[in-house]
Ligand binder design. Structure first.
Ligand code: DX5
Ligand code: ZN
Length: 230
């Protein structure tokens, strides 16, 4: 069976109502989200602070798709078991978060999760060349991590290079930052299959009026699918 590279939309709950995560997660799933993207920030690796393992464990009860946890923390290794226990399906660590990303990816898989490696905008595609056998996902940051609602940085050259390096390996290419119906086609055409979107999914809606979430998800998906090379 070939690896499924169909377009997946992963709304980031960084743009949700922080006082109502459970209902927000259920609303985006009901409106067509494929995965739920959870941004963990530590106020150290990135200049913003969100939530940690107990909150992520509470989110899990509301996620029926895939909980995609993006760690923007350093160090990572002391917390891997806590995120496994919290119920992460995919745990992504930044290549820049420490000197031993190879060990970190091994440990994530060893704890029973899929392993992702995220690359800041300044980090080249080639830096994952010797990590591909340990990764289930490569996350290409198209903003400097830390905040939602930033302007998309064009990383299509990096995505193309990764797509070539990955070849037939079962590895997702995820894009995170500034994804909307205008930018989604650029990265989809370059070979990305998982699109994280925060502000472009949540804008215009709320838990009491979730229909705009669905419209926004469909608009991003349609734009991306229309640009697919394969
Ligand atoms: C940025 C986060 C993103 C962010 C995306 O540090 O990793 O997931 O929430 O937000 P938008 O889609 O608003 O750029
Ligand atoms: Zn993220």
């Amino acid at each position: 069976m070939t690896f499924d590279r169909s377009i997946r939309i992963a709304p980031s709950i960084l743009s949700a109502d922080f006082a109502d995560f459970g209902r927000e997660i259920r609303a985006i799933e009901a409106q067509g989200a494929d995965w739920v993207h959870v941004d963990v920030m530590d106020g150290h690796f990135v200049p913003n602070l969100t939530f940690g393992p107990p909150a992520v464990k509470a989110f899990r009860k509301h996620v029926s798709t895939v909980m995609d946890v993006h760690l923007m923390i350093a160090p990572v290794d002391p917390y891997i078991d806590a995120y496994a226990e919290a119920g992460a399906d995919i745990l992504t660590a930044h290549l820049e978060a420490g000197p031993h990303i190879h060990r970190t990816l091994q440990a994530i898989r060893g704890a029973g999760m899929k392993a992702g490696v995220a690359l800041n905008p300044g980090t080249p595609a080639e830096s994952v060349a010797h990590l591909l056998d340990l990764a289930d996902l490569v996350c290409v940051m198209t903003v400097n991590p830390g905040f939602g609602g930033q302007k998309f940085l064009d990383m299509t050259g990096k995505v193309r290079a990764l797509r070539r390096m990955i070849g037939d390996r079962p590895i997702h290419i995820e894009i995170d930052g500034g994804v909307d119906p205008v930018t989604a086609p650029l990265v989809a055409a370059a070979g990305a299959d998982v699109l994280v979107a925060g502000s472009a999914v949540f804008r215009g809606g709320s838990v009491d009026n979730p229909a705009p979430y669905g419209d926004n998800i469909r608009a991003i998906r349609a734009a991306a699918e229309g640009a697919r090379a394969d």
